[in-house]
Ligand binder design. Structure first.
Ligand code: SAM
Length: 473
């Protein structure tokens, strides 16, 4: 124990370290403490109680609350609100009856302006603390036109017992399903789909999946609804033994355009979709046109969940490419090519780089659909393809767009980007922590022109960020 006091004292005043150590011994699980929310953290508020840093969700900054401690680790503790003693004017009554229990939303108790402020502060804090980018001022978070019913995709776990199936979201911090009539983020289409699917499973006595025994039949219902077209995927624990045409007929009576699929997933893990997806009936893909680009989405294609915010982001990136006087555009992590086809032009060559073969096949189809002759889709690892592309295009004004998964770019790709001759880079990120880590490497060669958070996921603590960079002179 003495060792930990000495270790802490290396970084801070010895008396403070001793006080923190004593307090840590005093604070215990189940204690009720007086808490003042001093600041926001990544998904909750942070305050200091008797020298211990305490994290508490579902408060607004400045609020006082009685908090029950549920976990203590070192000088850090976690708690839940028992009562709010002093309410912030930035608080509002959450609309969803499952709020606080369901693990999906964490900011619905805040007025929307406060949610946007939370997200701007989150990105700023990560850029400063993780990326050490003290000079970068993060812009205001761009609001979503719709704060509810904005999601075009939902993946809902199925649980319960035969004849009494539960479909919903996982309870906060657990894998226990909260049976929900409706998720307000999905809107009416998802409410209808869940009602019909629950009835179908109960009436046919189909067993829901049991995560503890790995038994049961149905694990998830995954669905996407765009421009009046629904694709629904029943995720089955092994081959599905029941006739799904009855369910398809029911869906067809309730939705104008629908496609039904079954996905086989018998993995003993938390991955939602297995490798095999079979078409049952109806639409094979969603086809639509956004920002002048026609796309076809299959059930497992990546597509941003909030159509309007997606369009705002893609428009900002498009403007950057025009202003940069681009001669060659490289879109890395291009997926099935939705963003690539929005960005490509007859005025410059475009190369899209993607590592998944089926996505590149779909991307070729999309390029043909949109008559994009100067677009080349390349199957490969960005790490290896980038140096080759930049060598081939030496002397031209090159612009790079990256839209990586949550884990970000990592050291290898950041090094490739720094060595390559890109004049401008647009980085679209869904995780500001990995973004900050990557920017700390990229800023050795590039300066940050702007960092703009976008509210792709209202009512949750998630935020999308677009950072525009220019090569240093
Ligand atoms: C967030 S999605 C991008 C979606 C795309 N921009 C669109 O509009 O459809 C990230 C993509 O990066 C791809 N990916 C992951 N690692 C990669 C790598 N090392 N090289 C190339 N692509 C990669 C994934 O397969 C996935 O399709």
């Amino acid at each position: 124990m003495q060792i930990s006091v000495r270790q802490t004292a290396e970084n801070e005043n010895f008396d403070v370290a001793v006080l923190r150590y004593k307090c840590r011994k005093i604070m215990k699980v189940n204690d009720i403490v007086d808490f003042v929310a001093g600041d926001y953290g990544n998904a909750e508020t942070v305050g200091v109680v008797g020298g211990v840093t305490v994290f508490v969700p579902f408060l607004c900054v400045g609020e006082r609350a009685k908090v029950k401690i549920n976990h203590v680790k070192g000088n850090v503790a976690y708690g839940d609100v028992v009562t709010v003693v002093e309410r912030s004017p930035k608080r509002e009554e959450p609309r969803c009856p499952y709020y606080g229990v369901c693990g999906g939303c964490s900011l619905m108790h805040m007025k929307y302006a406060e949610q946007l402020s939370f997200k701007q502060r989150k990105v700023q804090r990560n850029l400063t603390k993780i990326g050490k980018l003290d000079g970068v001022a993060v812009g205001r978070c761009v609001p979503s036109p719709h704060v509810f019913a904005y999601r075009n995709k939902l993946s809902l776990p199925v649980s319960g017992t035969v004849g009494n199936v539960k479909i919903g979201m996982y309870k906060r911090g657990t894998h226990e399903v909260v049976d929900m009539n409706n998720c307000l983020l999905g809107g009416l289409w998802s409410k209808k789909l869940v009602e019909l699917f629950r009835d179908y499973l109960n009436q046919n006595e189909i067993a829901p999946y049991d995560e503890k025994t790995f038994g049961g039949e149905v694990r998830h219902i995954v669905a996407r609804y765009i421009d009046g077209q629904l694709l629904a995927v029943v995720v089955s624990n092994g081959e599905f033994a029941h006739d799904l045409t009855e369910f398809y007929d029911t869906l067809s009576k309730n939705f104008d355009k629908v496609g039904l699929f079954v996905n086989i997933n018998s993995g003993k893990n938390n991955v939602i979709l297995g490798k095999i997806t079979r078409h049952i009936a109806g639409l094979r893909y969603i086809e639509s046109t956004h920002l002048g680009t026609t796309f076809r989405l299959r059930p497992d294609s990546f597509f941003q969940v909030n159509n309007e915010v997606k369009n705002a982001i893609y428009t900002q990136v498009r403007q950057m490419i025009d202003v940069a006087d681009t001669e060659v555009l490289v879109d890395c992590f291009s997926g099935v090519g939705v963003l690539t086809n929005v960005l490509c032009s007859d005025a410059y060559d475009t190369y899209a780089v993607e590592i998944v073969p089926s996505a590149v096949k779909d991307a070729d189809e999309m390029a043909a659909l949109n008559h994009s002759p100067r677009l080349t889709n390349i199957l490969g690892d960005a790490n290896e393809v980038l140096p080759r592309l930049t060598a081939q295009n030496a002397g031209k004004r090159m612009t790079l767009v990256v839209d990586p998964p949550r884990k970000g770019l990592g050291e290898g790709i950041c090094n490739s980007i720094c060595k390559a001759n890109f004049n401008n880079v647009a980085y679209i990120s869904c995780d500001s922590a990995t973004l900050a880590r990557d920017l700390s490497m990229l800023t050795s060669r590039f300066e940050v022109l702007s960092a703009t958070p976008y509210d792709m996921f209202p009512n949750t603590d998630q935020v999308e960020t677009v950072v525009l960079l220019a090569r240093r002179a």
